[in-house]
Design a protein around this ligand. Structure first.
Ligand SMILES: [Zn+2]
Length: 563
């Protein structure tokens, strides 16, 4: 089945739906475990064929949004989405009711069944209208940011162009650019307030209609969190407060000295090096060829993976007109082959982003043997693989950065940590929003400001009265679009840093652990995935302190004064 290779997708889709219904019926009516198991595999492959085709269409469309054919195909899949969700629901229902469910769980792992169970709880026809309203508010938020036009330097700028000024070596320019940005948020404050307030109320109503006690539970289910609870995160944030906040303060002090200011202000926070970030050596083709050599050296598995990626031409990293921005990894085609999409811009970020996406793509490649979409694309742990790969390629970074290698490594490690307290602010704020859904915006802003003072005691808004009122959350997209997602990055990072430490001590066994984790993919929930590789749980008291001790000792041996 290859939907997109044929022009008339509608006809194919009809056949696809018919095949699906027949397969589902055969699965339900199977008379023995062996027979049900065969039908289960067929169904999963059939589902995967749809996902792979949809991914392929998205990749083509994102690569050239001006192409009419891609446009049409992409729109078709968008339109078909409700039918697809319905089919997924039917599949989930029937595997949960399967006659030989116990044996299927033994063979394929129970995580798929747990996901099926929670995903069915997150939806009913009664909430259809509220979900439509929720999606509408999310697009309204995205439009408000996407269409933002800011007058600066005599020009009308979008936020992403303004960011160039926000990173200027001239402090006055940085400050003015940051003020221009917060001016935009101030001008539209009533809209941001209304959108968030409506989102909280609608999400709370959806949760209640579905029988949840609050949106917190529903939010966790939407994130496929089958292994950890809000209490675990209370424990985690406590560790951040007790140990990470102080560590980040020391990193900020070093940054302050490095960039030569007497006190770090909010507009200095993302300005890390006086002499700019290190630049990689080479064109984008050269970067890919160097990476080919690196992945061949790293392990036979990554070598074979990378050769397949290049052979199939499944890498699109050059920036072009009409190409969508951003970077992601995906899978496509009948072989469920990995694909990497990025927009190289000649900075050190190209090298980091590519390793990051290889981490995702390599894990998909190692998990695809399951033929189960939910295992190929893990939800609660997907960033473990990408963050780990960013660090596993460190021993080869000299090929890109020469004498700037340590500077790149220093920035790759410390900049990820610097966001740790910010993530906790967002996470605790989200829990507050949905635990107290009737709180006024005034109270919510006070809460945001309190949390900032608790987790980011060094943050200095330099008399920007608007930001001091607790409005800094307006620009945190995840908070509006995908509640509770933000913390997944930090939890993933916690695991990735442990693998990096292991790699320094014993590269072979670190690689072996990582490889096993990639084979599991989404088959295990986050806490069990960590356990399977003998990694410490971030929810365990003392784990943060032990982790930071090792990180500090690496940071301490780096002389960052010349960076
Ligand atoms: Zn990622």
């Amino acid at each position: 089945m290859n939907i997109i290779k044929q022009k008339d997708s509608i006809l194919d889709i009809n056949q696809y739906e018919k095949d699906f219904e027949r397969m589902l019926k055969d699965f339900v009516n199977a008379a023995s475990f062996e027979e049900q198991n065969v039908q289960f595999e067929r169904l999963n492959r059939h589902r995967l064929a749809y996902q792979a085709s949809e991914n392929e269409v998205r990749i083509h469309y994102f690569g050239n949004t001006a192409n009419d054919e891609y446009n049409k195909q992409y729109a078709f899949f968008q339109e078909f989405e409700p039918n697809w969700l319905w089919m997924t629901g039917e599949y989930y229902r029937e595997i949960l009711n399967a006659k030989f469910r116990g044996q299927l769980e033994n063979q394929w792992g129970n995580q798929l069944f747990k996901i099926a169970d929670i995903m069915l709880k997150t939806y009913s026809d009664e909430v259809q209208e509220d979900i439509r309203m929720e999606n509408h508010l999310v697009s309204e938020y995205q439009d408000l940011l996407g269409r933002a036009v800011i007058n600066f330097d005599g020009k009308e700028l979008r936020l992403n162009t303004l960011a160039l000024y926000m990173g200027s070596p001239d402090r006055e320019v940085r400050k003015a650019a940051f003020e221009a940005k917060s001016g935009y948020f101030k001008q539209h404050a009533s809209n941001f307030d209304r959108i968030l307030d409506d989102l909280v109320k609608i999400r709370n109503r959806i949760a209640k209609t579905l029988g949840y006690s609050s949106f917190v539970e529903l939010g966790y289910d939407r994130m496929h969190r089958t292994g950890h609870t809000p209490d675990d995160l209370v424990q985690y944030r406590k560790q951040v407060k007790e140990h990470a906040v102080q560590f980040i303060s020391s990193l900020r002090k070093e940054q302050q000295n490095r960039i030569g200011v007497s006190k770090l202000k909010y507009y200095d926070e993302s300005y890390f090096f006086k002499n700019g970030s290190p630049s990689p050596i080479g064109t984008h083709q050269e970067i890919l060829e160097v990476y080919r050599a690196i992945f061949r050296e790293l392990s036979p598995e990554t070598g074979a993976f990378f050769d397949e990626l290049m052979e199939k031409g499944n890498v699109d990293v050059e920036s072009r007109t009409n190409k969508m921005g951003g970077a992601f990894a995906s899978y496509c085609g009948p072989e469920v082959a990995s694909f990497i999409f990025a927009n190289f811009n000649g900075t050190s970020n190209d090298v980091r982003v590519f390793a990051h996406e290889v981490g995702h793509a390599f894990q998909f490649y190692m998990s695809r043997h399951s033929n189960i979409h939910e295992y190929i694309i893990p939800y609660d742990s997907c960033e473990v693989f990408s963050f780990t790969m960013e660090r596993f390629v460190w021993p080869w970074m000299e090929l890109f950065f020469g004498e700037d290698t340590q500077k790149y490594q220093f920035s790759n490690l410390t900049e990820a940590f610097i966001y740790m307290p910010v993530v906790s602010v967002v996470d605790e704020f989200e829990h507050f929003l949905y635990e107290f859904p009737t709180a006024t915006m005034q109270v919510r802003k006070q809460k945001w400001r309190e949390l900032e003072q608790e987790y980011l005691p060094d943050r200095d808004y330099d008399d920007n009265a608007f930001l001091m009122q607790g409005t800094g959350f307006y620009e945190i997209g995840h908070l509006f679009t995908s509640p509770f997602y933000y913390m997944d990055y930090d939890l993933a990072h916690f695991a990735a840093v442990q693998l990096w430490i292991k790699q320094k001590d014993d590269p072979k066994s670190a690689w072996e652990s990582f490889l096993q984790m990639c084979k599991q993919g989404g088959r295990l929930p986050y806490p069990e995935l960590l356990k399977s590789a003998n990694l410490e749980s971030p929810f365990e008291d003392g784990s943060m302190e032990r982790l930071l001790e090792k990180v500090k000792s690496w940071v301490d041996q780096v002389d960052d004064r010349s960076f």
